[in-house]
Write a protein that binds this ligand. Structure first.
Ligand code: FES
Length: 107
């Protein structure tokens, strides 16, 4: 079981059980955190933007060039941080148990 701690846009935190084998975006979307995931993980909508806890960020797979480009496109609308990620590009498995993320502002 993989449990992720999520800080929502109002600053409230709660733990959710994440779906192993699926992108983190799907867990956040289905758990009602206001993540739309409009493009279904094609890196073209930016609605799945999250801030990864600084301690966890280096443990995740590196951003692809396409993910980095989508994040840069968001910079005119929301704060980008070094730990900004598209949650659709984070595959969940047991190694992410305890991961802490913050849902970024809506675009
Ligand atoms: S779901 Fe669209 S960019 Fe992640």
């Amino acid at each position: 079981m993989t449990v992720v701690r999520v800080k929502d846009r109002d600053g409230a935190e709660r733990d959710v059980e994440a779906m192993n084998g699926a992108p983190l975006m799907e867990t956040l979307r289905d758990a009602g955190f206001g993540i739309d995931g409009t493009c279904g993980g094609a890196m073209s909508c930016g609605t799945c933007h999250v801030y990864i806890d600084a301690a966890w960020a280096p443990r995740l797979p590196a951003r692809s060039a396409d993910e980095a480009a989508m994040l840069e496109a968001l910079a005119d609308f929301v704060e980008l941080r070094p730990s900004s990620r598209l949650s659709c590009q984070i595959p969940v498995d047991d190694t992410l148990d305890g991961l802490t993320v913050e849902v970024a502002p809506q675009v």
